[in-house]
Design a protein around this ligand. Structure first.
Ligand SMILES: CC(C)(COP(=O)(O)OP(=O)(O)OC[C@H]1O[C@@H](n2cnc3c(N)ncnc32)[C@H](O)[C@@H]1OP(=O)(O)O)[C@@H](O)C(=O)NCCC(=O)NCCS
Length: 149
């Protein structure tokens, strides 16, 4: 587990500070403008992980009624396998429970073994498959954890 890891809500200032390294150092899944729009959306919350002052990962969630959707979870490439995504996911789960959600759900590429391992570790179950969901090619697995409400 990474030392000095803190989790907090992402601000626009946090996002601007990683604007130029989002694709290269994190993941090119979303463009900066999508992040900016998401951060301004009141149904959306982003949590960031920091080691000292360095942003090393983030997770985004959306709340729709009593269901929480994980929109994105990424660890900085140079900091993977240190438990950062595990800490972020644990915080997202705790926040979901606080928001009285009945479940937390997401879609993951069936080839993304690190992410699938992470979700299984936190007791997400595979609920279904969306065939050829990514680029008309890779399948998406729908993974969900239900809470006892
Ligand atoms: C998926 C991702 C978020 C994991 O982040 P991370 O900070 O490295 O995860 P952690 O260090 O908390 O590891 C979580 C678990 O996954 C395991 N894991 C990590 N990399 C793995 C790999 N390549 N293969 C199998 N398991 C792996 C770890 O061993 C750990 O399990 P353990 O605690 O039982 O040992 C990271 O790889 C990433 O940012 N990927 C690109 C973005 C992405 O695909 N996001 C998911 C979108 S659905």
């Amino acid at each position: 587990m990474a030392n000095n890891l803190t989790i907090s809500k992402m601000t626009l200032q946090d996002l601007y500070s990683i604007q130029n390294i989002l694709g290269s150092d994190f993941d090119d899944f979303w463009t900066f403008s999508i992040f900016e729009t998401e951060l301004k959306n009141e149904n959306s919350t982003f949590l960031i992980a920091k080691i000292n002052q360095e942003i090393v990962g983030f997770v985004g969630i959306w709340q729709v009624l009593d269901v929480i959707h994980i929109t994105n979870i990424v660890t900085k490439k140079s900091k993977r396998n240190l438990g950062i995504a595990s800490s972020l996911l644990e915080s997202a789960i705790n926040l979901s429970i606080k928001k009285r959600a009945s479940s937390i759900t997401l879609e993951v590429n069936s080839n993304n073994l690190p992410a699938i391992h992470l979700y299984k570790k936190f007791n997400f179950d595979e609920l279904g498959i969306r065939k050829k969901y990514y680029n008309g090619c890779d399948d998406a697995i729908i993974m969900t954890r239900f809470f006892n409400t």
